[in-house]
Design a protein around this ligand. Structure first.
Ligand code: KG4
Ligand code: ZN
Length: 344
């Protein structure tokens, strides 16, 4: 019988994290904040044939990979399933069928080992990635979140509480990278390919900034920026002119990222916070990383940037967020369901 009534919370638990919200089936094992194992089996190359993530292919790929990825992680960590103290799993947001594979596996794992199940919000996982790179990191800090589904600047006040200071009113920053990649004829996944193309270009085209409203409740818009680029390419093609893809990529990157960096630093200063962190797939972008590093240095702010592997989807960040929830005793019931969308 599944019964946690005698369960004691440990100060340095072994947590097994599972992530399956999109096209990566991932499992990681941490002890405290130390990573013991971190495995990813990705269906990205299969998805690339279709130019984006096909939900049914993702679900099937997770089903094929989940046993293997967990077995590999346990082997890497040199532990057996019975030594795991809790299982943390992404329950949303993401593709419903994909989420259900990881969540069902995690429930069975928790049940079989009579250990707590911890339901992790994927976005909070991205925000927790910084804890893996600086194991002594403590809130408060300002978090820049930029992924394929979310873009926001948050004031992380404690391990469990973050206030949204501003965000996008339409598309996410990563989504804009992926759409601009399509305009430039670049394959999936778009973000890294736009970055590669931008390396040979100059940011000489004046696209509208992603920041559309300043002050309290600052707002970003990536849909407007994307449309400006579509129009730019369309006008050139109507005139029979070739666009310089590298310059478009570099100019887009600047318009998309500069305001995020500027506002992140401004938020830290206005909130009297001395530390900045970041998370989400777009934080793997070299231009963002170098701009944020320079801006934080100039403002005298400490910056904790997760390594690139922990910016894009992975299970170590889910386990890291799971640790905060574990220490607070936030365990999920066995009948918890997956959620396609969760409010930030
Ligand atoms: O965080 P993530 O892996 O998944 C979501 O939770 O959304 O983010 C994926 C997004 C995609 O839009 C991808 O194009 C973008 O992150 N991305 C990048 C880079 N690497 C991934 N965008 C810009 N530059 C990159 N190097
Ligand atoms: Zn993600």
């Amino acid at each position: 019988m599944y019964d946690l009534s005698n369960y004691e919370i440990k100060p340095e638990p072994i947590i097994l994290g599972i992530e399956s919200s999109c096209d990566e089936t991932a499992c990681a094992i941490i002890k405290g904040r130390k990573i013991l194992a971190d495995r990813i089996i990705s269906s990205a190359s299969e998805q690339a044939l279709y130019g984006g993530v096909v939900p049914e292919i993702a679900s099937r790929a997770h089903t094929d990979a989940v046993d293997e990825v967990v077995a590999l992680a346990l082997k890497d960590a040199g532990i057996s399933a019975s030594e795991v103290d809790a299982v943390a799993v992404t329950y949303g947001a993401g593709l419903l069928g994909a989420l259900l594979v990881g969540l069902s596996f995690a429930k069975a794992f928790a049940y079989a080992n009579n250990i707590p199940l911890i339901a992790v919000n994927h976005v909070r996982g991205h925000m927790a990635a910084a804890y893996l790179d600086d194991i002594d990191l403590k809130p408060p800090f300002i978090t820049l979140l930029a992924s394929g589904g979310h873009t926001a600047i948050l004031h992380t006040k404690s391990y469990l509480e973050a206030e949204v200071l501003g965000g996008t009113c339409d598309d996410a920053c990563g989504e804009a990278f992926d759409k601009v990649a399509r305009v430039l004829g670049l394959p999936y996944p778009g973000g890294p390919n736009v970055q590669r193309m931008a390396q040979n270009g100059r940011a000489c085209i004046d696209f509208p900034s992603a920041l559309v409203r300043h002050g309290d409740g600052m707002t970003f818009s990536y849909s407007g920026l994307k449309t400006a680029i579509i129009n730019y390419a369309h006008n050139a093609s109507q005139k029979g002119e070739e666009i310089n893809g590298a310059d478009v990529a570099a100019s887009f990157q600047k318009a998309a990222i500069d305001p995020l960096v500027k506002k992140t630093v401004e938020c830290a200063i206005s909130r009297g916070v001395t530390c900045v962190t970041a998370g989400g797939g777009v934080v793997a972008n070299d231009y963002l990383r170098s701009s944020l590093t320079t801006a934080c240095k100039a403002a005298g702010l400490k910056l904790v940037l997760p390594t690139k592997r922990y910016c894009t989807d992975n299970a170590a960040m889910i386990a890291a967020e799971g640790l905060s929830q574990y220490l607070a005793g936030n365990f999920a019931p066995m009948d918890i369901n997956a959620k396609a969308a969760i409010k930030l």
